[in-house]
Design a protein around this ligand. Structure first.
Ligand SMILES: [Ca+2]
Ligand SMILES: [Ca+2]
Length: 207
C-alpha cells in the first residue's frame, strides 16, 4: 500500500489527486487465522491527517493457511483456434519468427509503415547479390488463412523482387515500387511454414 500526501512543489492538494505526493509502497502481511470462518475483508482509510488517497495493489488472499502457492501457467487449450495480429508496434521482430536463416535478417522499419509506427522490412538494403528472408511456422488447428500487407521499393521484378512462400511454394512475386497491398491466402489445417523473401541481383541496388 501507499499513502499520498499533500505538498508537491507548486501544487495544491485536491481530492482528484492533483498536487499530491506519492508516498512509498509498503508490503503488509496480516495473519487472519483468528478470523477463520468469517467472510469479509475490508480496507479502511481512516484516522489520519492530510493524507487523501490510499492505494492498494497486488492483494493476495491465502485461504489455505500455508504459504501462497505460485500461480501455475495456463496451458494452451487443444483444438481451439483464434486470430493473431502481428503489428510490430513492440518495436522488435516478435518471438515466433525464425529470423536467423538468411545472411540478412529482417529488421524493424519505421518509414511509412502500414499501421502505427513500425513494420518489418528485408535487411539487405543496398546490398548487391543478396537474399533476405524470414520464416514463421504456425500450427492451424482448423482450415484458416493468413492476411498481411506488403509494399516494395526495388528495381523492376525482372531483377529484384519479393516472394511469399507457403511450405516452399511461391504464392506471389512483386518488384518495382508498389503501395501497401493486402495479401490473403487460405491455409489448410496443420503445420505450415511461411517465408517472406527478398532478393537483389548484382546491379542497381537502390530501393
Ligand atoms: Ca505496425
Ligand atoms: Ca538490382
Amino acid at each position: 500500500m501507499t499513502a499520498k500526501k499533500s505538498g508537491i512543489i507548486g501544487g495544491a492538494a485536491s481530492r482528484n489527486g492533483e498536487g499530491l505526493r506519492i508516498g512509498n509502497w509498503y508490503n503488509y502481511t496480516v495473519d487472519l487465522s483468528a478470523y477463520a470462518g468469517q467472510k469479509y475483508i475490508a480496507f479502511r482509510h481512516f484516522n489520519c491527517y492530510d493524507q487523501y488517497i490510499m492505494c492498494l495493489d497486488d492483494i493476495t488472499i491465502n485461504t489455505s493457511g500455508g504459504p501462497v502457492p505460485p500461480t501455475p501457467p495456463t496451458p494452451p487449450t487443444p483444438g481451439q483456434g483464434g486470430t493473431q495480429l502481428v503489428n510490430f508496434e513492440g518495436g522488435e521482430i516478435p518471438a515466433g519468427f525464425d529470423n536467423n536463416a538468411s545472411n540478412y535478417p529482417w529488421i524493424i522499419w519505421n518509414d511509412n509503415p502500414y499501421s502505427g509506427s513500425y513494420c518489418m522490412a528485408s535487411g539487405n538494403y543496398n546490398v548487391a547479390s543478396s537474399e533476405s528472408y524470414i520464416d514463421a511456422t504456425v500450427e492451424f488447428v482448423t482450415d484458416g488463412s493468413i492476411d498481411f500487407y506488403s509494399r516494395i521499393s526495388s528495381e523492376s521484378v525482372t531483377y529484384d523482387y519479393g516472394v511469399f512462400y507457403i511450405d516452399g511454394v511461391e504464392q506471389y512475386r512483386e518488384g518495382g515500387t508498389t503501395s501497401w497491398t493486402n495479401r490473403h491466402f487460405s491455409v489448410s489445417a496443420g503445420s505450415h511454414t511461411f517465408r517472406w523473401y527478398y532478393r537483389k541481383d548484382s546491379s542497381v541496388n537502390s530501393g
